[in-house]
Design a protein around this ligand. Sequence first.
Ligand code: IPD
Ligand code: CA
Ligand code: CA
Length: 276
Amino acid sequence: MSKNVLQEISLFATDLAIKAGELIKHEREQNTLTQTYKSNHELVTQADIKADELITRQIREVYPDHRILSEESSPDSLEQNSGQLDSPIWIIDPIDGTVNYAHGHHQVAISIAYADAGKVQVGIVHCPFQGETFEAVRGQDSLMNGNPIAVSHKRELRKALIGTGFPYDKSNLEPLIKRLRLIVNNCQDIRRIGSAAIDICWVAMGRLDGFYESLSPWDFAAAQLIAEQAGARCGHFSPIPLTASKGLYGEDILIATPELYDELAHLLRSATDRAG
Ligand code: IPD
Ligand code: CA
Ligand code: CA
């Protein structure tokens, strides 16, 4: 992929994320948040839908041939497209951190990824309430507000601050609690920020030393590229099924500073082994 094309896409996606950020800030200031729940108790507000419409409409206008995988308007299109990233596809979470958003917290992000040639090529995570915009173009430094960022390179698990999250569906929490206990016992502390995209960007810039969770593609597609290009090691602490869609498989994700990755993976696996 030509550098100039990706740069152009990155500028377009950043502009779009900023516009969506203004929209969701305005919606919250108006205090007219209509809240509903999806079938699995997942919260969705009017602002999620409006931001999704804004982003997908503009992508369709500028790139009519590209596919879109968006949490709110086309959550099934990954299956329909058999998870292929070999032709242009946009992967969007219009609001990552909806529960924070609805409770008036600031940890809220708009996540926009662009994939082609089998990989995510551009990732933008914009945090409108915090005034922080993370961006990555494959092959280049990751940036926050235009400045290069890098992982912490922390070496001691004891001093490591680890992020994680919990699913909306609370029917099988036991394995997660086991992992949590091991992490709390062996690391400095744990953070549950409430936006996986922000968690991963915080690993990218060293505010966190590692992050693990099971996620949907739109939660991590953009942030994972940002973390990768900032020096993080990105993978899974459990085996990946052969049929998994390459690059967007979200089970048991682990993203960490490379010095701690193996130890964290081992710790998390040992909790999983004991869970059975
Ligand atoms: C959620 C957030 C949260 C994570 C959940 C996600 P949403 O996304 O990223 O931090 O723990 O797994 O579903 O619903 O706010 O877009
Ligand atoms: Ca999300
Ligand atoms: Ca969302």
